[in-house]
Design a protein around this ligand. Sequence first.
Ligand code: DX5
Ligand code: ZN
Length: 224
Amino acid sequence: MIRLAPSLLSADFARLGEQVAEAERAGADWIHVDVMDGRFVPNLTVGPLVVEALRRCTRLPLDVHLMVEDPDGLLPAFRAAGADRISVHVEACRHLHRTLARIRELGAAPGVALNPHTPPEAVEWVLEEVDTVVVMTVDPGFGGQQFLPSMVRKVEQLAHLRRERGLDFELQVDGGIDAGNAAQVVQAGATVLVAGHFVYRHPDGVAAALRALRESLGPRAARA
Ligand code: DX5
Ligand code: ZN
């Protein structure tokens, strides 16, 4: 099953609760929350306080994408706030294996994200430890950027490794995903599509956007 994870980065922050509810009603599978520290990426967003507020608005899994340097110290606070899934960047962790184990110990599903320039081999030795691998299909930091087509090959390589090792981690793509490229990344092996701008800035609204994304995948990916 292909999961859709709307990213709140392009939502109306004055009505975050409503925007989450809209996505939930429209059949979103996870809610993607982008956390930025102004150091790992040149932008600042939200912390555990906002995750805690979102937790009260939805029953959907909260998928927290930490774009922060050295995330270890923040993990307990995000987990206590209600994060179900926590992804960290391979480029931001000195002891990635330990960080992923810590996320699991805290009771969340660990994920590892790769910037566009980072080769798939960078996560080769932690694939057994993760529930999600996130292939960044833009440079992280901002919503509404253009999808990088060269990342399709990285998705294929990770999907190949997943098959070869008999693993079942989710393969998430994040950045510039829309109804024009979703089928291509799913064909390459992606199982979770993050979409911010396409979902929250769609002229016909959130429900129409999610429908368009699903329909673009063809009948095989239709919701059961
Ligand atoms: C980028 C974030 C993405 C972003 C995706 O740094 O990690 O989650 O919100 O948004 P779009 O779909 O607008 O590229
Ligand atoms: Zn993200």
